[in-house]
Write a protein that binds this ligand. Structure first.
Ligand SMILES: NC(=O)c1ccc[n+]([C@@H]2O[C@H](COP(=O)([O-])OP(=O)(O)OC[C@H]3O[C@@H](n4cnc5c(N)ncnc54)[C@H](OP(=O)(O)O)[C@@H]3O)[C@@H](O)[C@H]2O)c1
Length: 217
């Protein structure tokens, strides 16, 4: 069975993702910044590797892994410099490692305006530019990719449904972290999700069908 390295596992999407993966008996290795964060994940049966995206990544973190999920981010409170170091440079280093290890799918958690930063929220343009170039780097790396671009994240419970069509109203461009986590699991399970880029919002398409062959969304 494939083993997946989850980078940013201790985040709000990451924890829900690892719980879902563990529930499906998927093999998981989590990348954490501190050993103090490990007990939640070892209790779920995950392997733990300690690494910081601001530093060189240990080659061993990716060894024997088949897939990678990148759901790390510096967050909104740390400033633009950390966004460059984590969301952009950290992501690019992870892609390089994935290439070195012949990873067969790299799932990137990006953001809704990464495709067109000039038309996103001006206050976080630097963030969207970082996401844009991280996505671009992955897309041109030769590593099979799945790029997910969620709308604004909420802490609502999972609906089990999404849309990949951008709603007209900005206020409707949202999705729960729980639904994003469920989408990642589906993408890892469907080869049809490889080399695809999708925005993610609340919607009425069952997540269980959203990444199937012949999908119409
Ligand atoms: N907020 C939104 O509305 C929104 C919308 C679209 C996309 N996104 C993206 O969705 C992703 C996940 O969101 P989330 O809510 O789960 O974020 P989160 O809770 O802030 O989790 C981010 C994770 O990244 C880790 N991290 C930060 N700096 C790191 C570093 N230098 N090295 C290694 N790990 C590092 C954090 O580690 P610690 O736990 O140790 O702090 C944390 O576990 C992010 O990429 C975010 O940009 C967010």
């Amino acid at each position: 069975m494939d083993k997946t390295l989850v980078i940013g596992a201790n985040g709000q999407i990451g924890k829900q993702l690892v719980q879902l993966m563990s529930g499906q008996s998927m093999h998981v290795r989590v990348m954490l910044r501190s050993q103090n964060q490990a007990s939640f994940f070892t209790a779920l049966g995950a392997e733990v590797v300690i690494a910081d995206l601001e530093h060189p990544l240990p080659v061993t973190a990716f060894a024997e892994c088949d897939k990678v999920v990148f759901t790390a981010g510096s967050g909104g409170k740390t400033g633009a410099a950390k966004t460059i170091l984590v969301d952009l440079w950290g992501a690019c280093k992870a892609v390089d490692m994935a290439k070195h290890h012949d990873i067969k799918q790299f799932v990137m958690v990006s953001a809704q305006n990464a495709g067109d930063p000039d038309n996103g929220n001006p206050a976080i343009k630097h963030y969207n530019v970082c996401k844009h170039f991280a996505d671009d780097y992955l897309q041109h790396s030769g590593v099979p990719y799945t790029i997910l671009r969620p709308g604004r994240l909420t802490d609502e419970t999972a609906t089990g449904h999404i849309s990949t069509s951008r709603p007209d109203k900005k206020d409707d461009r949202i999705i729960s972290r729980a639904d994003v986590a469920a989408c990642i699991v589906q993408c890892l399970d469907h080869s049809e999700a490889i080399n695809q880029i999708d925005e993610l919002y609340y919607g009425d398409m069952p997540i269980s069908e959203a990444f199937n062959k012949g999908r119409s969304i």
